[in-house]
Design a protein around this ligand. Structure first.
Ligand code: ATP
Length: 743
């Protein structure tokens, strides 16, 4: 018989990871633990999945703030995961209920796959019955049960496959894509050296997301996924595609295969079979690489850190605020927002997809995956099987120009623009060196093959210039546009690119050459452009920052040290806030909020106390224009001055490496999707003979366009940023995981 330890006790939340591990699970666990503590609850880590709950004892441990220190950047899950057979039985769940009850835990956050969430829902449904049984058998006191009549739960999906229906991304999928792209980039160079073909097998038993996204982002030749089994004779089609690529001078050929790929009869297509087909029919030396568990390994990407942190924060909110009778929820990311969807509906929809595939209803399987997935399929098919490799003589002429600062992914955007444009019947013209180049008439037609190899490289092959054209340049620019008979313009770049596009649009009455459709595509590490939640390059810069922060932190691991890291972004705090969230910063200084001397003084005071209590590391991230007066150096000196020798201080300005780096998978995909939409818009305008201009954006997972004429309504021109910035809603999340109450 157990006495009631929970009378007047605080709310107690349990957290566990179950099923396959995924990078980002640690970030979620950390956020659950810290948010719970910030909200005044006690939190218990349950080790080895559901098994820890059944075993009790050391399997369920109270966690304090520091128990999750230093885990944000670690792969896997520090609290262990397990596939507990016992939890599938009622006896197992009875033991689990007793162990939770004894500790007064009646709220659970579970991070796992659809199986884990099914088990969680069963447990919740059974909870009152399990409790009644425990009372009836005299194992627990009825008074204890009365205090915990209901189990309140929240599910987060950890799955590198990205297979949960109803959300855009699951914990671990972005990092897995990073690992795959690292492999593709490495394989491309060796394949190209020997003119070899490679078959790359990636994870995804029932979901082709990883294979499909990797094939687009890696510029691969052919892809096989479970949702779209190839039709009979696909081997001929695949070989024809590879042969055509070789004939056009492609030196490396890569076929990406999801591990669950089958033919239309449901027979598994093995990577070895694909290799055999290529070797036999094309006579090519072909190698197989099965990536396997590498995809689950390594440090989580910036996205998997900040998104999982956000999800962990929301999961605690859910278990603290949900009514016990409300339907249980799974919490996921849709677009760049958090959604709470009925847990069992999400699980059932997810589990239905393999059934649809098995029954041969592929269109329903595709529909279940959602519009973004279908869009990826269409885009890959257009890139790998273009309607044409050359534009017809009468095709209209679209010029591409980069402007503003450099953003990783510009090459992907230009490559996709050229290939999709040519396939859609346009002559694609590359302007060299931005508007300065356009002024000089530095324009060349780019064919399908001219952009070969532009997928994995940073920089901008077309060159770019920062400057917005001056009024006196417009005449020469308009002349050059007439000389090159430009019918439509795609401007890819940052703030200055948008200014230039806007200027040309508003000056079109004076310059007939500007009476053409213009579409601006956002590419800026600052992520400060209107009409879009993300711009091309910002995810890469974020990943560069997070790696830099990881290294900076490691450099201080052997001592007691304070770091003040400065990020780019001009007046936009996106990079600072998200780098701080993903890098585990204690303080973040943004221009959006300003920096007050009083706040700095309070921070210094807090810091001194915190080091006195044993802190070894402190990290502040400051946006480069957070404050005119309180520079990074100033903040460093302020902290140093208060140190009393308890810690030393280092400042680190990350600088231009933020604009370098190979584009991340996410930036490559975004570039391709945005450019495809931009071409679609240009196509509409050209067909209508109009000179409307637009800018492209990502909004709630969709690629949309907004009219250029209204651009100024949505931005602060003085601060060079949009008036509404979605990521500012993450501010409370940063506070919850960074500021230990009472510390
Ligand atoms: P992954 O997608 O990585 O395989 P998953 O959560 O789907 O993750 P499963 O092996 O299906 O992985 O489930 C993990 C654990 O969740 C199981 O070992 C079991 O403890 C519990 N579980 C799964 N399904 C159920 C169920 N129907 N009833 C009770 N518990 C279950």
């Amino acid at each position: 018989m157990t006495n009631d330890p929970s009378l007047e006790s605080p709310i107690r939340i349990g957290v566990l990871t179950s099923g396959g591990d995924a990078q980002g699970m640690n970030a979620a666990v950390r956020a659950v633990v810290r948010t719970a503590i910030s909200r005044g609850a006690e939190v218990y880590a349950i080790f080895e999945g559901y098994q820890g709950m059944i075993d009790g004892g050391e399997g369920i441990r109270r966690f304090e703030w520091d128990d999750v220190a230093g885990i944000l950047g670690r792969g896997g899950t520090v609290i262990g995961t397990f596939r507990s057979k016992e939890f599938r039985t009622r006896e197992g769940r009875l033991k689990a209920a007793r162990n939770l009850l004894e500790r007064g835990i009646d709220r659970l956050v579970v991070i796992g796959g659809d199986g884990s969430l099914t088990g969680l829902d069963t447990f919740r449904q059974e909870w009152p019955g399990l409790l009644a049984e425990l009372v009836a058998s005299g194992q627990v006191d009825a008074g204890l049960v009365a205090a915990h009549e209901r189990l309140i739960i929240a599910g987060l999906v950890g799955s590198i496959d990205n297979d949960l229906v109803g959300v855009d991304s699951t914990i671990g999928a972005d990092t897995a894509l990073h690992r795959i792209l690292e492999a593709i980039d490495a394989i491309s160079s060796t394949a190209a050296s020997h003119q070899r073909s490679f078959v790359l097998e990636v994870m995804g038993r029932h979901c082709g997301y990883l294979a499909l996204a990797a094939a687009i982002a890696g510029g691969c030749d052919y892809v096989l996924i479970p949702e779209l089994p190839p039709t009979e004779g696909w081997e001929d089609e695949m070989c024809a595609t590879l042969r055509a690529g070789r004939a056009r001078g492609r030196r490396d050929s890569i076929v990406v295969l999801a591990e669950g790929a089958t033919d239309q009869q449901g027979n598994r297509i093995s990577s070895d079979y694909v290799r055999g087909v290529i070797e036999e029919r094309l006579g090519e030396d072909t190698r197989v690489t099965i990536l396997g568990h590498v995809q689950r390994g390594g440090t989580p990407s910036a996205y998997d850190r900040w998104a999982s942190t956000w999800l962990g924060y929301e999961a605690v909110d859910e278990v603290l605020t949900a009514s016990p009778d409300a339907e249980a929820k799974v919490i996921g990311i849709l677009g760049n927002g958090v959604v709470r969807i009925p847990l069992m509906r999400a699980v059932k929809d997810t589990q239905r997809v393999p059934e649809l595939i098995r029954s041969g209803d592929y269109s329903a399987a595709m529909q279940a995956r959602g519009p973004s997935f279908t869009e990826l399929v269409t885009t890959f098919s257009e890139l790998s099987h273009p309607a044409s490799f050359t534009a017809p003589a009468e095709g209209k002429r679209i010029a591409i120009v980069h402007a503003g600062g450099l953003a990783p992914g510009m090459n992907n955007a230009a490559r996709a623009a050229v290939r999709l444009g040519v396939s859609r019947g346009y002559h694609m013209l590359g302007v060299m060196n931005g508007f300065a180049g356009l002024r000089k008439g530095n324009v060349t037609e780019l064919g399908w093959d001219d952009v070969e190899g532009w997928t994995g490289t940073g920089g901008a092959e077309l060159g770019l210039r920062r400057a917005v054209p001056a009024m006196e340049d417009l005449y020469k620019i308009s002349r050059a546009m007439e000389d090159h008979a430009i019918d439509g313009l795609m401007v890819i770049g940052g703030w200055n690119a948008y200014q230039a596009a806007y200027l040309m649009h508003t000056e079109r009455d004076r310059y007939p050459a500007f009476q053409i459709p213009i579409v601006a595509v956002p590419a800026s590490i600052d992520n400060n452009l209107p009409g879009t939640e993300l711009s091309i390059g910002s995810d890469t810069a974020l990943n560069v920052n997070v790696s830099a922060i990881d290294m900076v932190k490691m450099s201080g691991a052997a001592t007691t040290r304070c770091f003040v890291v400065e990020t780019m972004g001009r007046y936009c705090g996106f990079l600072a806030l998200m780098s701080g969230l993903a890098g585990g910063a204690e303080r973040i200084y943004l221009n959006e909020e300003g920096v007050a001397l009083g706040d700095l003084a309070a921070d210094v005071e807090w810091l001194r106390g915190s080091f006195e209590k044993g802190r070894r590391l402190f990290l502040a991230v400051r946006n480069e224009k957070a404050s005119e007066s309180y520079t990074t150096e100033f903040i460093g000196q302020l902290l140093e001055g208060a140190s009393n020798g308890d810690y030393d201080v280092r400042t680190s300005i990350i600088g231009h490496i933020q604009q370098g780096g190979e584009p991340t998978p996410s930036d490559r995909l975004l570039a391709t999707r945005m450019v495809s939409r931009a071409l679609g818009q240009l196509d509409e305008e050209l067909r209508a003979g109009s000179d409307n201009s637009w800018y492209v954006g990502l909004q709630q997972a969709q690629i949309v366009t907004s009219p250029m004429g209204h651009m100024l309504d949505h931005v602060s021109t003085r601060r060079r940023r949009p008036k509404q910035q979605w990521w500012m809603q993450l501010r409370p999340v940063v506070r919850a995981v960074a500021e230990e109450p009472g510390a």
